[in-house]
Design a protein around this ligand. Structure first.
Ligand code: UFG
Length: 321
């Protein structure tokens, strides 16, 4: 049995589906604060909170857990600046709770969701795993600190890990059973698609004076099912007793905000009205990752690695919402 914390959320639910399609038994552990009950379509589900050690111990006592995939976290960068305590309590303290119970029950394998936000302002592109880590917000810090803690537990001999640093997760399940659903929504692609869906008048572009090809921010968008595939491969890697490691997950090329909107117009066949505003605080101009290491060591092969594929799966899901 594989325990998936935060398995009712966006990346967690796509990974849960992927693992079940591969015949792997899963148990989702989620407090449903941001996760969706409707996304628990595969495996077992336990509603619990990582702040509650008894909840966790119950799950570990009743199930033979072989490894943990740890998604559960808060992930709003802007909110983390205003409410750092919320982020350190959940992302940091609750992860330590999970590691404690894993240690008590001698579960020694973890896959951890980290982020390109741990790099901060890029010093060179594409960003590889050796790029210095200097997070610029509490969200990035919380993930960075957990990375260090996991490495310390590993050095002490009781934990093996795969740490994944995601670039911009996007798109939806190809069968449209699950997809991106955040409340509140702050991510570019679903907000852009709100316009052709008739839910929003216009999309606001944050900043047009960046030193990029068209002045808007550039991001490396990676399909959520490709992320799920990487978690499956990372899990196999650990279950086969292979070395603990850290991997970037991105496509290795970036698209500007304007390019994303242009592509969404093409896919939806509708004109998307744009409004221009100031830069959003804390946004680096360009984030592009090199995932050569995951391809080489894990054999990761992203399948939906074109922006059109990413946005068209997102659009199918968005129309259904
Ligand atoms: N953007 C707009 N208008 C919007 C929303 C977003 O112009 O209404 C722009 C942003 O300024 C940014 C780009 O679109 O340049 C992408 O923004 P998202 O909010 O979709 O994604 P981020 O790059 O800010 O955030 C993502 C993840 C975070 C992670 C971060 C790392 O969602 O969890 O990458 O930098 F921490």
């Amino acid at each position: 049995m594989i325990l998936i914390t935060g398995g009712s959320g966006y990346i967690g639910s796509h990974t849960n589906k992927y693992l079940n399609q591969k015949g792997i038994e899963t148990l989702v552990f989620d407090n449903l604060v941001y996760g969706h009950l409707e996304f628990n379509k595969w495996g077992k589900f336990y509603k619990g909170d990582l702040s509650n050690l008894d909840d966790l111990r119950k799950v570990f006592a009743k199930n033979s857990i072989k490894a943990v995939i740890h998604f559960a976290a808060y992930a709003y960068v802007g909110e983390s600046v205003i409410k750092p305590n919320k982020y350190y309590q959940n992302n940091l303290r609750n992860t330590i709770n999970l590691l404690q119970v894993m240690h008590e029950f001698e579960v020694d394998k973890i896959i951890f969701s980290s982020t390109c936000a741990t790099y901060g302002e890029p010093q060179y592109l594409p960003i590889d795993e050796n790029h210095p880590q200097k997070p610029i917000n509490p969200y990035g810090n919380s993930k960075y600190f957990v990375e260090q803690i996991i490495k310390d537990y590993h050095s002490a001999g009781f934990l093996n890990y795969c740490i994944f640093r995601y670039f911009n997760a996007a798109g939806a399940d190809i069968d449209c059973e699950i997809g991106e659903w955040h409340e509140p929504e702050t991510h570019l692609i679903p907000l852009v698609l709100d316009v052709p869906a008739g839910k929003r008048e216009e999309i606001t572009i944050f900043g047009t004076d960046y030193s990029t090809q068209d002045g808007t921010c550039v991001r490396d968008y990676i399909h959520v099912t490709d992320l799920a595939q990487a978690h499956y491969l990372g899990l196999m890697h650990l279950l086969e007793g292979k070395e603990s490691n850290i991997f970037n997950l991105g496509n290795g090329y970036g698209f500007s905000v304007k390019e994303v909107i242009d592509c969404a117009e093409k896919i939806t066949g509708k004109n998307i009205k744009r409004k221009f505003s100031e830069r959003r605080a804390g946004d680096p101009s360009t984030l592009i990752g090199s995932a050569d290491k995951a391809k080489e060591i894990l054999g990761w092969k992203p399948e939906y690695n074109e922006l059109e594929k990413i946005i068209s799966t997102a659009w199918h899901w968005h129309k259904k919402m």
